[in-house]
Design a protein around this ligand. Structure first.
Ligand code: NI
Length: 255
């Protein structure tokens, strides 16, 4: 059984080293894709990916960090992509109206620039969307031409997930699906077509049951797979196989 974890900040763990967390991934046959979040972490992710063979990376600027974004960021990202074939997507990018609504216009502008860039590079997009569902969907509908889209750590309604699926987007679920009170996310996990599903952890945040309250790590993605399997009444191997196939379709460079 192999799992591809499409979103892990393994470089942000505090309670265990990257080496230990990645050894756990090797032991559990988990492959990890690590997002960037600002104009400096793109270099950090590039270096990390070069150091550890079981990691792939995204370059991109997170919605709350868009004030650091400039033309140089795009040229840096382009150089990194051209020199490292295990940088396989743009992320995490998107809109977040939860933390700070004071620069929504700038968030939108930078999101659109990074979508255009992903299209030019012909790379998939890993989308962060918090309390900004319709703006995110509308911008993607209007601006995205050829990039595959992953809605990372999806926590919206089933109805909205269906809207995204209609556009050809993938729905990535994390540890929230294991929370007892996460009724909406469980409903999404049960009902979306398996061909649109991906797995992730978004560690160090959102630790799945049975480790809720402790620091998350990328190998815990198996608990996400197990919960989805039990919600759908299928085997965990099937969830792992289908989601790995989906991820390989999006990221053909993953070995
Ligand atoms: Ni994240």
């Amino acid at each position: 059984m192999r799992i591809i974890n499409t979103h892990s900040h393994v470089n942000m763990l505090k309670e265990r080293s990257i080496g230990e967390a990645l050894q756990n991934c090797t032991d559990e046959n988990v492959t990890v894709i690590v997002p960037s979040y600002d104009d400096k972490s793109i270099f950090e992710v590039d270096a990390l990916v070069k150091k550890y063979p079981q990691i792939y990376g995204y370059v991109g600027v997170f919605p709350e960090e868009v004030k650091c974004f400039g033309d140089k960021t795009l040229s840096d990202m382009e150089r990194i992509i051209k020199n490292n074939d295990r940088i396989i997507g743009i992320g995490e990018i998107g809109l977040d109206y939860y933390w700070d609504k004071s620069f929504i216009d700038l968030q939108k502008e930078v999101f659109i620039k990074q979508i255009d860039f992903a299209n030019q590079m012909n790379l998939p997009i890993n989308v962060h969307c918090r309390e900004a569902y319709f703006d995110t969907l509308n911008i993607l509908k209007e601006h995205n031409k050829n990039s595959k889209v992953i809605m990372h750590c999806y926590s919206g309604s089933l109805e909205f997930a269906k809207e995204c699926i209609k556009e050809g987007f993938f729905i990535s679920l994390g540890g929230v699906v294991t929370f007892k009170n996460a009724v909406k996310v469980k409903e999404v996990a049960q009902n979306i077509p398996l061909e649109t599903l991906l797995l992730e952890t978004d560690d160090p945040y959102l630790t799945p049951v049975p480790f809720r309250g402790k620091e998350n790590q990328p190998s815990y993605v198996k608990y996400v797979a197990q919960e989805i399997a039990s919600l759908r009444g299928i085997s965990v191997e099937e969830v792992a196989d289908v989601t790995t196939k989906n991820a390989k379709l999006i990221f053909p460079r993953i070995i």
